[in-house]
Design a binder for this molecule. Structure first.
Ligand code: ATP
Ligand code: MG
Length: 434
């Protein structure tokens, strides 16, 4: 299928309708950026952004329910499929803070608008200029002044125009480079890579949220390893997480390759990958500091901390310090999910950080799951109230440790997980303690 045929087939109905309305009002109508890139790459676009020469004011009079979105000329137009974003062709003026342009200018033609975009693969559009006739999808053409389609086919990520200037205008583009390179399996073209190396220091001006969002974007890619390696090699990791950079210097190749490695069951588990990414750092406080600086949600911090604690139990289990049942219990206590024990072990094995004993431990954990051995207090066939009744004593601080002991007994097959057996064992254990 030709590229144009692919786009004609892919444009959603409501977007085509919107393009038709823009054209009927005499305006240019294009889909632009990610949607064109994704379609040419054979993927389904996440969003369909439109570009036109109509100014935001003209858009709002042509579409009465349009909503003004931002000062960069983007307007949201509600359609049957939700709100579509339409942006007026624009040029960005220079930036004094390496984050956003100081001023913007609206333009009459798509080419100027494409020139402000970051990478050639993101600087393509499909549609019709102003004053066109006929259906804008059926008669639409691809506008690709910077050779984005050829770069995509050749596996190259290349900045539009002068790479250094593009990164000085907006330092986020350097992190985006690593994200797109890893998502589409592209090599960062040498002049683009050289400019990042030179200007990497500018990412220090970015907000933690924007940095964190790009890291997330890399970690959800099918294969995040090249993106992480690029961050490191281009000097970006040293800026956004110096401690991680320092820890990586020694062991980068093995570490990075293991994150989301094919065959790992955790391949699309971004939190697990985040924990794996930071696993080289031994100090929990430093990990927390990095995640906080990236403005990650509290839930993410907790999840990563739980995974790290479970990982330490796994290491102890591999050294023979604790057995599989205790390990499962310790893991479940941290995360609330007994299956995490096996998950943790698989992760360690995939990351090449497990001793041969880990495979045995994994098999034991899997068998424990099959046999439905309890891992949480709630899995026991008797609850605290029943145990108190069986022992006939005042409730108190003694109950929880006793239940935990019972859990160990059951997990090791020494006591059956039945109410009467548990009550009998509880009596004995309680006697012994007194
Ligand atoms: P995704 O699939 O991640 O949404 P995308 O390419 O659609 O990828 P967006 O951030 O949604 O990325 O931006 C849409 C388009 O706007 C991009 O394709 C690119 O042309 C342009 N763009 C976005 N951010 C920048 C930037 N920081 N600098 C230059 N152009 C940008
Ligand atoms: Mg997008």
């Amino acid at each position: 299928m030709s590229h144009e045929a692919a786009l004609r087939a892919a444009v959603p109905e409501d977007v085509a309708e919107l393009m038709g309305q823009l054209r009927a009002a005499g305006f240019a109508a294009y889909v632009v950026g990610g949607a064109v890139r994704d379609t040419l790459a054979g993927r389904a676009p996440a969003d369909w952004d439109l570009a036109t020469d109509a100014t935001p004011d003209q858009l709002r009079s042509a579409f009465p329910d349009a909503q003004y979105e931002n000062r960069f000329g983007t307007v949201g137009i509600p359609t049957s499929k939700g709100v579509r974003e339409v942006t007026t062709f624009r040029a960005d003026g220079p930036s004094s803070d390496a984050r956003r342009p100081d001023a913007i200018t609206f333009l009459g033609a798509i080419e100027g608008d494409l020139a402000r975009r970051d990478f050639t693969i993101n600087a393509m559009a499909f549609g019709v200029p102003s004053g066109a006739h006929g259906d804008p999808v059926a008669s639409g053409t691809i506008v690709d002044p910077f050779g984005g389609a050829a770069d995509l086919a050749a596996g190259l990520l290349r900045a539009v125009g002068d790479a250094g200037e593009r990164f000085q205008e907006d330092a986020l583009r350097m992190l985006r480079a690593a994200r797109f390179a890893t998502r589409f399996d592209l090599m960062i073209e040498p002049a683009t890579a050289a400019a990042i190396r030179r200007d990497a220091g500018l990412v220090a001006t970015l907000s933690g949220e924007r940095i964190g969002a790009e890291i997330d974007g890399i970690l959800v890619a099918e294969n995040p390893a090249p993106g992480l390696a690029a961050l490191f090699e281009l000097g970006l990791t040293a800026q956004i997480a110096p401690e991680l950079h320092a820890a990586w210097v020694a062991e980068l190749p093995t570490r990075v390759a293991a994150i989301g490695e094919t065959g790992s069951l955790d391949a699309l588990d971004p939190i697990g990958r985040l924990a794996e990414l930071l696993a080289v750092i031994t100090d929990d406080a430093v990990v927390e500091k990095i995640l906080t600086s990236w403005r990650r949600p509290r839930a993410t911090l907790h999840a990563v901390a739980a995974l790290r604690a479970a990982d330490r139990s796994a290491a102890a289990a591999e050294r023979g310090e604790i057995d599989a049942a205790s390990y499962r219990i310790a893991t479940a206590a941290q995360s609330g999910d007994p299956r995490d024990a096996a998950r943790q072990l698989r992760r360690r094995i995939a990351a090449g950080r497990a001793t041969p004993a880990a495979a045995t431990l994994l098999a034991l954990c899997e068998r424990a799951d099959e046999q439905q051995l309890p891992a949480l207090l709630g899995d026991l066939a008797a609850d605290g109230g029943e145990i108190i009744a069986a022992i006939n004593e005042q409730p108190g601080a003694w109950v929880k440790p006793l239940l935990e002991e019972l859990l160990q007994e059951v997990a090791h097959g020494r006591v059956e997980n039945r109410r009467d057996a548990l009550a009998a064992a509880a009596k004995q254990l309680h006697e012994k303690q007194r």
